[in-house]
Write a protein that binds this ligand. Structure first.
Ligand code: NCD
Length: 308
């Protein structure tokens, strides 16, 4: 297992099963005693650089840093920074790296966080790079599956925009390290990218594909639902062709799903989950949000070298 101290968190492709399990163990320790961590990162500064909208990722990192006794500085709105005057991305991150001990970057371009990690001396965490990866979301998804006892010998359905969702790309890759079956349910134009399908085939991972949730809902133990990523479509008419093509409803689950099915969603959600489901035992997406703070506390502490 590689050391976590000063390590960049860019893609799930960079992590072994053993390393992921270690992060989840540390997150569980944090969950048991969050207040015991309150001064571990005194005097440490986390820089938040969000070149795309964010609620959960940005604020949960902020919350995690404060709960560890650290502080955050935020690039804020792009229009209020020197990027507006024409400063390059490269110069901006080099400058900010001199103000902080580590940074989280979200950027619309795939590869932006990897690039940043190559040119600055402080650790970089990828908070989502275009349609690429979203490793910290995946770690909190895995943490939720583990806490719900659904990370081994289960069938995990993944529904929606498998083409453009970075949360799906990270999660599917990571799940290949666990003993699970996967079922992909998607409108025909939103299939997983070839590199992931090739990875699944090469590693003999058991998976099934279909276009209609009704056909498979009775066979799955977890349903990971995604929003259609409107902002990623090069042609907006292609988005409108699929925008209302699936919705998970209470009547579908009550009539066909296993009683202990759980629903996960990285959020934000739009109309892909019927609102009535939010207060049912199926829905675990607000619990995921809570777990996100423990997982990010674990990661920040590991990278800063205060957890082993
Ligand atoms: C996701 C993202 O930004 O990729 N949001 C998140 O971080 N929880 C999912 C999405 O935007 O649909």
């Amino acid at each position: 297992m590689k050391m976590f101290k000063n390590r960049d968190i860019i893609s799930m492709v960079d992590f072994s099963r053993e390393e992921i399990d270690h992060i989840l163990d540390v997150a569980e320790r944090v969950e048991k005693d969050p207040t015991g961590c309150h001064d571990l990162l005194n005097n440490k500064i986390l820089a938040l650089l969000f070149f795309e909208p964010s609620t959960r990722t940005r604020m949960s990192f902020e919350s995690a840093m404060y709960k560890l006794g650290g502080k955050c500085i935020d690039l804020g709105a792009i229009d209020a920074s020197s990027l507006k005057k024409g400063e390059s991305f490269t110069d901006t991150i080099k400058v900010i790296s001199k103000y902080a001990d580590l940074m989280v970057i979200r950027h619309p371009a795939e590869g932006a966080a990897r690039y940043a990690s190559e040119i600055v001396d402080i650790p970089v965490i990828n908070g989502g790079d275009g349609t690429g990866q979203h490793p910290t979301q995946t770690l909190l998804d895995l943490f939720t599956l583990k806490k719900e006892n659904k990370l081994e010998r289960v069938n995990i359905g993944i529904l929606g925009d498998l083409r453009y969702s970075r949360t799906v790309h990270s999660l599917v890759y990571a799940l290949t390290l666990y003993n699970v079956d996967m079922t992909f349910i998607y409108p025909p134009s939103l299939r997983l990218p070839d590199w992931i399908l090739e990875h699944l085939i090469k590693n003999d991972i058991r998976y099934k594909e279909c276009n209609n949730i009704d056909e498979v809902i009775g066979d799955i133990d977890v349903l990971y639902i995604t929003r259609i990523q409107k902002e990623r479509f090069p042609d907006i008419s292609e988005y409108y062709a699929v925008s209302d093509s699936y919705k998970v409803t209470k009547s579908l689950l009550v009539s066909k799903a296993k009683d202990d099915l759980i629903l996960l969603h990285p959020l934000p959600k739009k109309n892909e989950i019927e609102k009535e489901l939010d207060d049912t035992p199926y829905a675990k997406y607000f619990l995921q949000v809570e777990y996100g703070v423990y997982v990010r506390m674990a990661l920040l502490g590991l990278i800063m070298g205060v957890f082993d």
